[in-house]
Design a protein around this ligand. Sequence first.
Ligand code: UD1
Length: 329
Amino acid sequence: MTKILVTGAAGFIGSHTVDSLLASGHEVVGVDNFRTGSRENLRQATASPRFDFQVMDLTEVETFTGLVRSQRPDVVIHLAGLVSVQDSRADPALNVRLNVGGTQAVIDAVISASVPRVIFASSAAVYGDSDGFPLREDALKQPLNPYGEAKLASEALLAGAARMHGFTAVSLRYFNVYGSRQAPDSPYSGVVSRFVDCCRRNQAPVIFGDGRQTRDFIHVRDVARANMQAALLPGMPSGDYNVSSGQETSLLDLVGLLRAMQPSLPVPKFSAAQSGDIRRSVGDPARWCAVSRFSPRETLSAGLLELVEYHSTESLAASQLLPSCPTKL
Ligand code: UD1
């Protein structure tokens, strides 16, 4: 049994990672400050006697180091951070404090507690306006926002500390992650969660731009499995790895898949393209596949169908619980 400390444990990717680790029989210490994560995401995990949870902010460096020293985990999976690209633009200093400062806090703690391995949640945002598709790890890195810059800086800080202090540092560059527990209700939510929510409401999805922009969608369970493999594989080499499906899907294709599942979904509306939007994104997963024998298990159509069905069951249950709407309050 391996003991793994997960930062950002109550978040979208964090909670799925915790669930996978517990299901495989490991001991997990979860840390989260609930800035964007929720207790609801940890409902399954908290039922396990092998799960310990601490409400904590990584930027309280001494407290966090104290926790890592007392728990002595075999691996730290560092997923905590400012997740919104828009927030990173609105408040670049907060982005540096949470996304670079948070990584430095993890580095200080693992050195102090002699933790042998760190897995870091990096992002396809490090490539930004790159070329040569599918993107390989050595492609040009030109982030288009402070979030991507902070992820790139964190990768460099981790790799440097790993070389100097002799631990293993693995940065996993997730592409567009989708799946359950991804909040659909913010203007900054991921496109899959927003469009699936349109299915639930039977409202027209709004496409920013012409819909021919592409993304590489990867299911959150595949990402959780990649995190677990990176944490547990014997002799895992330090380095940067794409965690991607290798499949390039346009937004028009995404809407097409959803309309095939729910023919009543209204045709999409088109709105102005978002500034700084990436035109193409698809990652080559070959490096990670070679090290881990990883191949994504979840196809986009099966993953979407599961989400659409999950949300329709949820809204049916809610409508049966709620009294009918009063016409006047
Ligand atoms: C996503 C991530 C970001 C990550 C990056 C990696 C989210 C919210 N953002 O950004 O954290 O760093 O990948 O490259 O997961 N769109 C619409 N209609 C909508 C919503 C979005 O047309 O209602 C479009 C966007 O303009 C964009 C595409 O869908 O062209 C994808 O948008 P989004 O899901 O926000 O992801 P990224 O911008 O790729």
